[in-house]
Every structure is written in structure tokens, then in C-alpha cells.
Design a protein around this ligand. Structure first.
Ligand SMILES: NC(=O)c1ccc[n+]([C@@H]2O[C@H](COP(=O)([O-])OP(=O)(O)OC[C@H]3O[C@@H](n4cnc5c(N)ncnc54)[C@H](O)[C@@H]3O)[C@@H](O)[C@H]2O)c1
Length: 267
């Protein structure tokens, strides 16, 4: 992987409040740190209390923003209702929601995927985002607006042999995003999806077995010649959540170092 210095763009989210679901590690954690640097107050959810606490320490050390963490499994509808009730009560209003929780699975042809594996991927990657939207949309309508970003994937706009159910879940995220964006287009609420290519996080290494195997598989089809850093995905989330994106809604923004246009499906 070619090391690059990723330049951080400055945003100002002072006085705004963001709810990040799936914010404990990887892309979500990088996004939480970027929002905190930009002055937003944060309510973070996800798996792993230790990760949530260490993120809180990092954010509190910077000293600028309020931070709260709750461990929540996005498959659990009651827990998701409770999370949103607590976040709304804690901050009075949520201006931004980032529905990012997701998981991958080991590569396998469809005949080797069990029904249990199918439901686990769909429940985490798709139902989790549906449950988030269900609570966030009425809250934002009542408060007069907001911005929501959902995490899809490059695998949400293409097929990939041996990853059919993950792809299906991520295509579903874009369907939810497009449709709900239209439902609220006149309510001052924008809803977009991000579709990252390969990002060096635990999820990618789980998918390909190891960091080296991930590199060997994906680097040949990334024109920019490197796997992205989570902080680069965070910058896209901040952009889509910001007033700089005031006329962008219902989009799935691919962020993949050029892989899709070069035909990453040639893998
Ligand atoms: N890493 C990549 O190459 C890549 C590419 C495209 C899309 N994505 C997507 O980005 C998102 C973040 O993944 P990442 O790469 O940062 O990996 P990650 O494993 O570091 O992060 C996953 C996050 O989701 C949370 N999560 C997982 N299952 C959960 C559950 N049942 N309930 C609540 N939270 C849960 C985890 O706690 C963590 O915060 C995922 O939706 C993933 O599908 C990742």
C-alpha cells in the first residue's frame, strides 16, 4: 500500500449534534473523531463498550464536545428505540445521523451460505439501517430538518462472486436511502448513502482473511494504487452532513480510488 498523507478538510459543526451508529471502530470511529474535531456533540452507539470508552477518552481529551456512548445491537428493535429515545433526551435534537453499523462474512458461493448467515447479514446491514431511519425521520421532521448518511458499499452497486448476501444487503441500503430521501425531500431532510471501496478496517481483513490477503486481492483493481484510510471516508460523511451538500439528496456516493469506473467487477 502506498502511504499518503491524507489532508483533513476543516468543517464547522459547532452547536450541532450527531448520532453515529456503528461508531466504535473503523470508518465510524474515524468519523466520530472528525465530527468531534469539527465541534459536533456526539452520541455514539455500536458493539464494544471498551472501544466506546476509549473513543470517549480520545474525544474528551480534545475537550471541545459532549460525548455519550451506548452499546447497542442494531438487530434489536427495542434497543434501537431506547437508543434513539436516550439520544434525543440527552441533546434535545439530533441534527445528523450516520447509520454505519455493518458486518461482512467470509467468501462463499451461494449454495454454501446458511439461512442463519443470510439473516445475520441482512439484519445487521439492512434492518439496522431501517430501524435507524424509522426513529430518525420523525424526530427530524418534528425538529424542522436534518441530514442522514447511510453506509452502503461499492458492493452495493456491483455484484461480486462469493459475496452475494453482503452485496444484497448493501444494494438494499441504497434502495432504502433513495426512497426515504424522496419521502422527506420537502421536509428539509437530506438522506444520502456512501459506497466505499476498500477501506483498511477490521471488516475488510475479516472479509479477505488477513490484511495481506485483502491487499493482494483488491490493490490490482484500485487505480489510485492504495487502500483508503478510514479518515478519507469520514471526510465524505462530514461533507454530506454539512451545508456544503445542501442540494444533494438520495445519492449513493462511490468513494473507491477509481475502481468502479475502471471496472472493479473484473476482479
Ligand atoms: N472496510 C471496507 O472496506 C468497507 C467497504 C465498504 C463498506 N464498508 C461498510 O462500512 C461500515 C463500517 O465498517 P468498517 O469497515 O469500519 O468495519 P468495522 O468492523 O471496523 O466497523 C463496524 C462497526 O459496526 C458496528 N457493528 C457491527 N455489528 C453491529 C451490530 N450488530 N450492532 C451494532 N453495531 C454493530 C461495530 O461495532 C463497528 O462500530 C460497514 O457498514 C461496512 O459494511 C466497509
Amino acid at each position: 500500500m502506498t502511504e499518503v498523507q491524507v489532508r483533513q478538510v476543516s468543517y464547522d459543526f459547532t452547536g450541532r449534534t450527531a448520532l453515529l451508529i456503528g461508531g466504535t471502530t473503523g470508518i465510524g470511529r474515524a468519523t466520530a473523531l472528525a465530527f468531534a474535531r469539527a465541534g459536533a456533540n456526539l452520541f455514539v452507539a455500536g458493539l464494544g463498550t471498551a472501544h466506546g470508552e476509549s473513543l470517549g477518552q480520545e474525544i474528551k481529551a480534545a475537550g471541545k464536545t459532549e460525548y455519550e456512548f451506548l452499546e447497542v445491537d442494531v438487530r434489536n428493535a427495542d434497543a434501537m428505540a431506547d437508543l434513539h429515545a436516550r439520544a434525543f433526551e440527552r441533546f434535545g435534537r439530533i441534527d445528523i445521523a450516520f447509520n454505519n453499523a455493518g458486518m461482512s462474512s467470509r467468501a462463499a458461493p451461494v449454495q454454501d451460505v446458511s439461512e442463519a448467515d443470510f439473516y445475520q447479514l441482512i439484519d445487521v446491514n439492512l434492518k439496522g439501517i431501517f430501524l435507524g431511519l424509522k426513529h430518525q425521520v420523525p424526530h427530524m421532521i418534528e425538529r424542522g430538518g436534518g441530514a442522514i448518511v447511510n453506509t452502503s458499499s461499492l458492493f452495493g452497486v456491483m455484484g461480486y462472486a462469493t459475496t452475494a448476501v453482503y452485496c444484497a444487503s448493501k444494494w438494499g441500503v441504497i434502495g432504502l436511502t433513495n426512497s426515504v430521501a424522496l419521502e422527506v425531500a420537502r421536509k428539509n431532510i437530506r438522506i444520502n448513502a456512501i459506497a466505499p471501496g476498500s477501506v483498511m478496517t477490521p471488516l475488510l481483513t475479516d472479509m479477505f482473511g488477513s490484511p495481506q490477503s485483502a491487499r493482494d486481492t483488491v490493490l490490482p483493481v484500485i487505480p489510485m494504487g492504495r487502500i483508503s484510510d478510514p479518515s478519507e471516508i469520514a471526510q465524505l460523511v462530514l461533507f454530506l452532513s454539512s451545508d456544503a451538500a445542501s442540494f444533494i439528496t438520495g445519492q449513493a456516493v462511490i468513494i473507491d480510488g477509481g475502481g468502479f469506473v475502471a471496472g472493479a467487477d473484473q476482479l
